[in-house]
Ligand binder design. Sequence first.
Ligand SMILES: [Zn+2]
Length: 395
Amino acid sequence: MAYCCKCDNEFFVALFALSLFCTIFVLCKNNRLVGFRDFDKNNLQMQRVDEFYMRRCLQLARCAVGSTSPNPQVGAVIVCDERIIGEGYHIRAGEPHAEVNAVRSVAPTDRHLLPQSTIYVTLEPCSHYGKTPPCCDLIIKEGIRRVVIGTTDNNECVKGAGIARMKKAGIEVVVGVLENECYAINRPFFTYNRLARPAVTLKWAQTADGFIDVGREGGAPLHISTPVSQVAVHKLRSRHDAILVGTRTALLDNPSLNLRHWTGRVPLRLVIDRAGVLPVGLNLFDGSFPTVIYTQKTIDGKFGKNVEQVELDFSGDILLQILAHLHSLKVQSLLVEGGAKLLQSFIDASLWDCARVEVNPSLVVRSGVAAPVLPENSLVSREKCDGNEILLFSR
Ligand SMILES: [Zn+2]
């Protein structure tokens, strides 16, 4: 008899638990449980607050555009009770990281607030010793209670290790706030880590009927771009670590490949000269900035300072050899400026990431050097610049 009573009790306890579970489930599903609704509301509000401060981090990170390579651009903000008490960004390679600058910017009178603060940072704090100590250790040492991260770092030295270490120390870590924007500001950095080659940008200008040049041998070049769009081109150069041209472009255009219409760091100048035919008097060899010549056989004593010759095996794939050489130099972004054959070879080998094509809609030449052809469906945007159209393509 006692045995039966026990069975009945167990049955009613189980029934009660089941009905309680069903009631909570239905209430939650219909969003009618006040506590849960508030929880959702608070979560949404917290997400908006996090995005607000992450936007400020992105603004800060962009202040260093073109000056941090091979490091990424990173911004950081420290917030306590809805007040920014510190902020900073990584200014240039070799100098303190964003988190360090943000912590250093906190006023002595606010330092006691750090353990109650949240630090927002566009990229996962580093966990390795480079030229500076790990930022995740600094965050742990300062006792910051919450860390909000835009995107993880895909560098082999970090790859989640910074997040893991902070979590282990009991810090609340949120990852993925404005992730796409945080990824986009460092696209070359991520490409370099992921593919073990620089991010490749192709750039050319073409006529309305699809030619990049008239068929000339030493004659005047075709003026497709305008003085204003030239400024945009020099700005684009300042955002890249290196610029590459082919032999024919170097001979016919005698480009300087420097920044005359924009300020910033002049990219490493690269030219292909398989047979060593380029004359020493070209602007590229003026010694004003470092230049690399990719050639089949180096010529001793031909060039002066700042010019280096690098031998390639021209019976093999020279694009892969060039990209491997640039990777070894920690070059994360390469701008290819021509000519048509070189540009097309990057496209055919699928060794490109984006392309900027300037089209002069009123210029028609009917014959000449045909513009390279990009794959269909790769156009992502078009905009006007001083009457010309700028088409942006991406893979
Ligand atoms: Zn760091």
